[in-house]
Write a protein that binds this ligand. Sequence first.
Ligand SMILES: Cc1cc2nc3c(=O)[nH]c(=O)nc-3n(C[C@H](O)[C@H](O)[C@H](O)COP(=O)(O)O)c2cc1C
Length: 203
Amino acid sequence: MTHILLLQSSSNLASSVSRDLAASYVKAYTAAHPDATVTERDLLAQPVPHLGVDLFGGMFGKPEALTEAQKAALAVSDSLVDEIEAASLIVIGAPMYNFSIPSALKAWIDHVIRAGRTFRYTETGPQGLVHGKKAVLFLASGGVYSDGPYKPYDFQETYLRTILGFIGITDVTVVRAEGLAMGPEAATKAVADARARAAALDL
Ligand SMILES: Cc1cc2nc3c(=O)[nH]c(=O)nc-3n(C[C@H](O)[C@H](O)[C@H](O)COP(=O)(O)O)c2cc1C
C-alpha cells in the first residue's frame, strides 16, 4: 500500500502551477490506487519555523540537559522526520524563487536533514538512512532551466535532487512546467506538457 506525503510550498494559493500539478497528480494516483493514503503538509498553511536557536540546541545539546523549549523544537523536527519515514512516495510541489526553492520548503529541509535519523556520518563519508522511497517533484518556473543558457542558474531541481539523494531518496522523478513567464502560449504549452508527463507516470 502506498502512503503519500504531499508537500506544497508555493506562496500563491490562488493560481499556483506547482500546487495544482502536485495536487492533481495525488488526486489521480489515489483514484487509480484506492488503498493509497495521503498526508498533506502545506508549508504555507502550516509553516515550519526557521532553524532557530532552540532547534539548534535541541539537535546538538546533551539530551539530558535540553530545555523545555529545545525539546519542543526537536519534537517538531522529529514529527516531520516521522512523516517521511511513514511515506513510500513523497510528492513535492515547488515554485522556483530566485533560482532556488521557497524558504518555506528550505525550513522543512532544515528540520528533516538530521544526523542519526535521516543520514549518518561514516568513515567513508555521509550515508543516507532513508531507503525504499520514491519522490516526484512538480516544479514551476518563469524561465527555462532544464536546458539552454540559463541551465547553470538552476538551484531548484539540482538542489532538491541533491538533498533528497543525501538522505537516501534517489528514485526521484521531476516534472517541470518551465517558461511560465515567457508569454501565454509558452505557458499554456508548458502546463499542458507537464500534465501529460504527470499522466504518463507509472509509479
Ligand atoms: C519571489 C519570486 C521569485 C521568483 N524567482 C524566479 C526565478 O528566479 N526564476 C524564474 O524563472 N522564475 C521566478 N519566479 C517565477 C515563478 O517561478 C513562477 O511564477 C512559477 O509559476 C511559480 O510557481 P507557482 O505557480 O507554483 O507558484 C519567481 C516568482 C516569485 C514570486
